[in-house]
Design a protein around this ligand. Structure first.
Ligand SMILES: C[S@@+](CC[C@H](N)C(=O)[O-])C[C@H]1O[C@@H](n2cnc3c(N)ncnc32)[C@H](O)[C@@H]1O
Length: 262
C-alpha cells in the first residue's frame, strides 16, 4: 500500500480492497481525520506517526513522535540474532538491548524466542512508555525488564550478558541538516551519532567488553561506511574475536557482530 492508501484506510477504517470498491462509510468525523492526516503528511510527518502504528518482524507496534520508526534494516539484525540463538549455548540468552526505542528489537526477539530474557534500556522515560506498551501489546511483558539509563550508567555492573545489542544513533552530526524532512520529524536523540556518527560506538564497544560474559556476543547496527571504523574500535579493546559484518538487502554493511574471547 502506498502512503495515501494507508492514510485513507486508516481514516475510513477499511482495508485496501474495501477502499477501492467504495465499501466503507465515511462520516464527517472520518473525513476530518482524513483531511488532517493529509495536512500532516504534506508537512512531512511520517505516515506511521499519523496512524500511530507500524509493522516490524510481522508484529504490530505502536509508535509516536518520541520514538524512531523501526526500519527494515533492523530486521536483518533481529533475524541474525534469532539464528544465533538457535545454536548451542545461546538457547536461552540474557540480553541487553541498549537504546530500545519502540522496543522493536526486544519485543520481536522475545516474541520469536520465548526463552530469552532481556533488559531493554533507553535514555527517555517517554520512549520507555512506548516500548512497555509494545511489550504488552505483544504479550511479552514478563520477559523484558525496562530500565531508564544513559547507556550503561543505570545497568548493574554485576550483571553480565550473553548478548549486548544496540541500534544506536549513527547519523554523522554534520549530515543531520541534509536529512529528508520526514526523517527530521523523528527524534534527533535517536538519530544524531555525533562526530562521524561514531560517538555511541566509542562508548558502547569498550564497555561491552566488560559487561559481556566470556564467549558472549556484541551485535550492533551501523550506518553506511562505518564498518571499518567499528571493527577498529572492537579490535582496539583486544577482547573480541570472530568479528562478522552482515549486509542489508541493499548490499550495505549493516550489522556488526563480535564475540568476546573465552
Ligand atoms: C536509532 S534509535 C533505535 C531504536 C530501536 N532500538 C530500533 O532499532 O528501532 C536509538 C535509540 O537510542 C536512544 N538513546 C539515545 N541516546 C541514548 C543514551 N545515551 N542512552 C540510552 N539510549 C539512548 C534513543 O532514545 C533511541 O530510542
Amino acid at each position: 500500500m502506498d502512503s495515501l492508501e494507508q492514510l485513507a484506510c486508516w481514516a475510513f477504517e477499511c482495508d485496501r480492497t474495501q477502499l477501492y470498491l467504495g465499501d466503507y462509510e465515511a462520516d464527517e468525523e472520518n473525513m476530518k481525520m482524513f483531511h488532517e492526516a493529509l495536512d500532516s503528511y504534506a508537512r512531512g510527518v511520517p505516515v506511521q506517526y499519523i496512524t500511530g502504528e507500524t509493522e516490524f518482524m510481522g508484529l504490530e507496534l505502536q509508535v509516536n513522535p518520541s520514538v524512531l520508526i523501526p526500519r527494515p534494516e533492523t530486521e536483518v539484525l533481529v533475524e541474525r540474532v534469532l539464528q544465533l540463538m538457535g545454536k548451542e549455548g545461546f538457547a536461552s540468552p540474557y540480553i541487553l538491548d541498549l537504546g530500545t526505542g519502540s522496543g522493536a528489537i526486544a519485543v520481536s526477539l522475545t516474541k520469536h524466542n520465548p526463552l530469552c530474557r532481556i533488559v531493554a534500556s533507553d535514555i527517555s522515560e517517554e520512549v520507555l512508555e512506548v516500548a512497555r506498551a509494545n511489550a504488552a501489546l505483544n504479550g511479552v511483558t514478563d520477559r523484558i525488564r525496562f530500565i531508564l539509563s544513559d547507556l550503561f550508567n543505570g545497568i548493574d555492573e554485576n550483571e553480565k550478558f550473553d548478548l549486548i545489542i544496540s541500534n544506536p544513533p549513527y547519523i554523522p552530526a554534520d549530515h543531520y541538516d541534509a536529512l529528508p524532512l520526514e526523517v527530521k520529524n523523528e527524534p534527533r536523540v535517536a538519530l544524531d551519532g555525533g562526530e562521524k556518527g561514531l560517538e555511541f560506538y566509542r562508548k558502547i564497544i569498550p564497555e561491552s567488553a566488560r559487561r559481556l560474559k566470556e564467549g558472549g556476543h556484541l551485535v550492533l547496527e551501523m550506518g553506511f561506511g562505518q564498518s571499518e571504523a567499528i571493527k577498529g574500535l572492537a579490535d582496539d579493546t583486544g577482547s573480541f574475536v570472530q568479528t562478522e559484518i552482515i549486509k542489508d538487502h541493499n548490499g550495505i554493511n549493516r550489522v556488526f557482530f563480535a564475540r568476546k574471547r573465552k
